[in-house]
Design a protein around this ligand. Structure first.
Ligand code: MG
Length: 254
């Protein structure tokens, strides 16, 4: 709330001073905005240890390859996240259940890297299946979609059972891949109606695959999306009984 107020006040004062500065005759300077000054963030670095960039200075690092301290089991009784950590990655322990962050989030930029099993087993939805749930609810599909036909709105990069990716930018099995996500949370009115849907933009291995896509509601295996009002939520990762791995996970709240 405090942040919102400051932002709104900053904008108001910026607009006010901008209006006051409008001279009768337009000059190059009259359309220059000098305040506020964007704060400085030290960018991450390209690294041989990761596929994308390491975390920038203002990110929350959710997984640095060492432990699952920021994660818990998503089962109702909670407890430690039961997945396996090794070689700088976390890997799904099949049938152990989903895991989720202890912390909850609203609007954010998320970087996450995943690797489907090098040994190809199964087909369609049975191959390297996992998922990343925005606010614990809306699934961005993780799948081995390299030469693996499945329904288009269930392949890698789909908003599961809703919106297929614009293109298939998948790397092969056993290769690390990146998702860079921009997500904004839905808004609900006092009657619980969704007045602004969640929006998601996804860049997969450097390629735009979801462009400000409106998420219609939940992403169930069976049935249509449903809408239930909610507040902040965790990042949840899916155990779909395949040994898919993740690494270099960081998030910047917006
Ligand atoms: Mg999935």
């Amino acid at each position: 709330m405090k942040k919102l107020f400051i932002t709104a006040f900053g904008l108001t004062s910026a607009f006010a001073s901008y209006a006051q500065l409008q001279p009768a005759k337009q000059t190059p300077e009259s359309s220059e905005l000098w305040d506020p000054i964007p704060r400085i963030v030290t960018a991450g670095k390209p690294s041989s240890a990761v596929s994308g960039f390491t975390a920038p200075s203002d990110a929350i690092v959710l997984f640095d390859g060492k432990n699952l301290d920021k994660w818990v089991s998503a089962k109702s009784n909670g407890g430690a996240a039961p997945w396996i950590v090794g070689d700088g990655a976390m890997t799904v322990a099949p049938k152990s259940g989903d895991i989720q962050t202890k912390e909850t989030f609203g609007d954010y930029q998320l970087h996450i890297e995943f690797r489907t099993p090098a040994k190809v087993e199964g087909s369609s939805q049975g191959r390297g299946n996992s998922g990343i749930f925005m606010q614990g609810i809306y699934e961005l599909q993780v799948l081995d979609s390299y030469n693996n036909r499945t329904y288009s709105n269930g392949q890698a990069g789909s908003i599961y059972k809703q919106t297929m990716p614009l293109v298939n930018a998948s790397n092969g099995p056993g290769e690390w891949q990146t998702y860079d996500v921009v997500y904004t949370a839905p808004h609900f009115n006092k009657d619980g109606q969704m007045v602004i849907p969640p929006y998601i933009t996804v860049i997969h291995n450097g390629v735009l695959i979801q462009n400000h896509t409106a998420i219609q509601g939940t992403t169930p295996y069976v049935g249509q999306p449903t809408v239930t009002p909610h507040g902040r939520g965790p990042i949840k990762l899916q155990d779909h009984n395949n040994t898919t791995s993740f690494r270099n996970i960081w998030i910047r709240e917006l």
